[in-house]
Structures are given as structure tokens and as C-alpha cells.
Design a protein around this ligand. Structure first.
Ligand code: PLZ
Length: 442
């Protein structure tokens, strides 16, 4: 069975979930631990571009891309070919035992596409959380300091250190302590709620960093330029540059977690570019592998080189097949001009969502850059979170064959981060369903 006969539009042929999905879900309940949650118990069999097909033959438009992973499209031909060819040649050596070219080629490309013209180096790892862990190790070694500041509404992963960096305790952290120490949360910029300019918000954040932690103890500040799980929170203009300026002046390493916002998602290789910052370390994962597990830390050569040989690594980091897929992803982004496509998709999403905001008083805010756009839902006339309406919208859309993802500290955000391979017809169709979903949620 291949992906060549996958339809180009959504097509729902059974109840959702269908009978085969229900059967699989029963098996899952007996064998898979509860901690691995399930947003929609629909079992996917095949996928192409922005469409995936479940085991019952239902075709969905995927507006979530597996949380921003299949940016160049499900089963992208260039990526599949590159990975297939590599699979037949070499699948593993362990790069730190006997190296291979793919790892080096990915590091070279990362130096080119990440923000900043300075000399850069990279390491490759397996997951976003592992990239965060490594960035913190490197920043501590480089500065000789130990404190790490994250921002309110942040998300950085599910390992012990990254749990401590998360803002939201439930479901990520509950019962999993004790957590890593010397981790702090400083105020972020959240224009819809704080009403502050970037400069004003940065003043508050810096006051917190100086008074509560102290620059002489602070190794790094880590932030998502656009907060992903937190609800696509876009900081006010000038906030990130002001933080960077302060950090640079105080020997504090700036770590941009671009795991969700990077790799062409926003219409820039990295969202940092949109905000006019050049972080010391930039983290990539998700979209870079086109569906294969790989992540990276890229940064200023003198910072990256500050740790001892043998101090960074792991068995599978920078796996040859995953590296081949990454190079395929980069080729696809360049050849298909996907940065431009992300901007076009973003314009469309923003314009329709702003129409919906004018029409439905439970929409409090619409925000995003490029193909990373969200709506925040409130109780009409207030800014109080309204997660119930999100549940209704997401569930209605799923029944109609459009996969939407929720987000937000209060689960009151619907986020869209479609594949950049989505066609105009598919996007229009998904937006029609979203509009219907809003009408029935009133
Ligand atoms: N940093 C900014 O978005 C992963 C989480 C999915 P890993 N976000 C999706 C889930 O529920 O587990 C993420 C992120 C940002 C770090 C991570 C962590 O990346 O590859 O999931 O470890």
C-alpha cells in the first residue's frame, strides 16, 4: 500500500472514530500506558501532503502537522527518496565513534540558515527536550554560572530538567518531582493580556531577572520566540531585542527554543529573524526531520566549543537516515520556496480568523506569524478563558474531517500550523469547516 492513491480532499465515510479505529483503541487501552494521552482516537494509516487517511478510509485535512513536524508535507517525495537511499546505504555507526558526512552536512546547513553571521557550530540529538537539555549544559559550562530563566507560559519538554522549565504543571509535571533546581520563571510579553509595549514588558522581565535571580548567577535565558504549547503567544515588538541586549551585556546566554517556531514555519527559517534577534544558541527539532526524529543545538562557535570532548552526544544523535531526511527537508523548502508559501498561508489564516473574531464574541484574540496562527477563546465581554468552546470546535471539525489542535495554559486556544504543502483548495475547505464549527459552538 502506498501513498499514491491518497485523495486530495477530505472524505469522511464512517462515524468518527470509525469501527477499525475503535477496535485498535481497545487494544491500545489494554497495552499502552495511560500517561501517553490521546487527542483524537482515530488511527492513521497513510498520509500525503496535508491529508491523512485513517484505518477506516476516512481522509482528513491535517491542520496540525503532528504539532509542526510535517512542515514540508506528509511523505514528501524529496524526503522519502533521500531517507530511502540512505536506509539502503548506512543506518548507524554512532557519530562519536566513527563519523559520516550527513551529520556534518546538516551542521553546515544549520550554520547557514540560523540567524546571525558569526561562526557557528552544532550538535545533533534525538528530540526537542534533548536539545533543550544540551543547550542548558552548554550555557552553564560556558558561563560557569548555574541559574536558568524561562518565561511564563513556556513549554520545553518532558524530561526532568525540561519539566522544571515548563510553566504549566498539569498535565506535564504533576507527581513527577523533585524537579531540577535553580530554574526560574520570569514574566513574558503577552500583549492581549498585559497591554504592554515590548519595551515595558522587557523592563518587567529584566527587573525580575536582576532582583530575583541576579545576573551574576544567571547562565541563560531560554524562550520560545513564539510560545507554542502556551498558545502561540507572540511577544510585543521590541521585547525580545531588549531581552537580548540585556543578556549580552550581562554574560547571560540567550537560548531561542525554535523547536516549534523554526524551520520555515513562520515564513522565516527561524522566527528569531522576524523579531530581529540573533540568539547565542538556537534549538531546532520537529519540522527539521520531516517526520524523522532529530533535533539540534546550533550556536556561537566559542559557546558551543566550551565543553570537553566526549561531554555531549548519545547513541542515536544525528542518525544517518534522519540526517538524509533533514537535507531533503531543506532542499524542499528552498526549491519550492516554502518561506513564501508560509507567509501566504499566514495571510489567509489571519484574514479569515479576523473575520471570525468580528463575527463571534467568544474570540478574544487572533495572532500568529506565517503558518503559525491561533485564536484565543474567552467568555464574551471578558478575557476569561473559555476552554469549553475550544472543545466543541475541535470536536466538530474532527467529525467533518479537519484536524485542529488546542493549546494554551488554559486550553482555550485553537492553533493552526498546517503543512506548507497544503493546497489553496484544501486550506479554503478547512476554513469553511472551521467557520461552521464556530457557528455550531455558539
Ligand atoms: N520546545 C517549543 O514545542 C514539543 C509537545 C508534544 P520534544 N512540543 C510538542 C507533547 O505533548 O509531548 C516542544 C516544543 C518546544 C520543546 C519541545 C519538546 O520537544 O521533541 O517533544 O521533546
Amino acid at each position: 500500500m502506498s501513498t499514491s492513491d491518497i485523495p486530495v480532499s477530505r472524505n469522511i465515510v464512517t462515524a468518527i472514530p470509525g469501527p477499525k479505529s475503535e477496535e485498535l483503541h481497545e487494544r491500545r487501552k489494554a497495552s499502552v500506558a495511560n500517561g501517553a494521552g490521546c487527542a483524537l482516537p482515530v488511527y492513521i494509516e497513510r498520509a500525503k501532503g496535508a491529508i491523512f487517511v485513517d484505518v477506516d478510509g476516512n481522509a482528513f485535512i491535517d491542520m496540525g502537522s503532528g504539532i509542526g513536524v510535517t512542515t514540508v508535507g506528509h511523505a514528501n517525495d524529496t524526503v522519502v527518496e533521500a531517507a530511502k537511499a540512505q536506509l539502503e546505504k548506512l543506518t548507524h555507526t554512532l557519530f562519536t565513534v566513527t563519523p559520516y558526512e550527513g551529520y556534518v552536512a546538516v551542521a553546515e546547513k544549520l550554520a547557514e540558515i540560523t540567524p546571525g553571521k558569526f561562526a557557528k557550530k552544532s550538535i545533533l540529538v534525538n528530540s526537542g527536550a534533548e536539545a533543550v537539555e544540551n543547550a542548558v549544559k552548554i550555557a552553564r559550562k560556558f558561563t560557569g554560572k548555574s541559574a536558568i530563566a524561562a518565561l511564563d507560559h513556556s513549554y520545553h519538554g518532558r524530561t526532568n530538567l525540561t519539566m522544571a522549565l515548563n510553566y504549566k504543571s498539569v498535565p506535564y509535571n504533576l507527581g513527577f518531582g523533585p524537579f531540577a533546581s535553580d530554574i526560574y520563571h520570569a514574566p513574558n510579553s503577552y500583549p492581549y493580556h498585559d497591554g504592554l509595549t515590548g519595551e515595558e514588558a522587557a523592563k518587567n522581565t529584566i527587573k525580575y531577572l536582576e532582583k530575583h535571580i541576579g545576573a551574576e548567577q544567571l547562565a541563560a535565558i531560554i524562550f520560545e520566540p513564539i510560545q507554542g504549547e502556551g498558545g502561540f503567544i507572540v511577544p510585543a515588538e521590541g521585547f525580545l531585542p531588549a531581552l537580548q541586549k540585556w543578556a549580552n551585556a550581562n554574560n547571560v546566554v540567550v537560548i531561542a527554543d525554535e523547536i516549534q517556531s523554526g524551520t520555515a514555519r513562520t515564513g522565516y527559517w527561524y522566527a528569531s529573524e522576524f523579531f530581529g534577534i540573533e540568539p547565542d544558541l538556537v534549538l531546532s527539532a520537529k519540522g527539521m526531520g520531516g517526520g524523522l526524529p532529530i533535533a539540534s543545538v546550533t550556536g556561537k562557535a566559542e559557546i558551543m566549543d566550551s565543553t570537553n570532548p566526549g561531554s555531549l552526544g548519545g547513541t542515536f544523535g544525528g542518525n544517518p537516515v534522519a540526517c538524509a531526511a533533514v537535507l531533503g527537508v531543506y532542499k524542499e523548502i528552498e526549491e519550492k520556496k516554502l518561506l513564501d508559501r508560509a507567509k501566504q498561508i499566514g495571510e489567509k489564516l489571519l484574514s479569515v480568523f479576523n473575520e471570525l473574531k468580528a463575527e463571534f464574541d467568544f474570540v478574544g484574540d487572533v495572532r500568529g506569524i506565517g503558518a503559525m496562527v491561533a485564536l484565543e477563546f474567552v467568555h464574551p465581554g471578558t478575557k476569561d478563558p473559555n476552554p469549553d468552546v475550544v472543545k466543541k470546535i475541535v470536536s466538530y471539525a474532527a467529525q467533518q474531517g479537519v484536524l485542529l489542535l488546542d493549546a494554551g495554559t488554559y486550553n482555550n486556544v485553537v492553533r493552526t500550523l498546517p503543512s506548507l504543502a497544503i493546497t489553496d483548495a484544501q486550506l479554503d475547505d478547512a476554513l469553511t469547516v472551521i467557520r461552521e464549527a464556530f457557528s455550531q459552538a455558539v
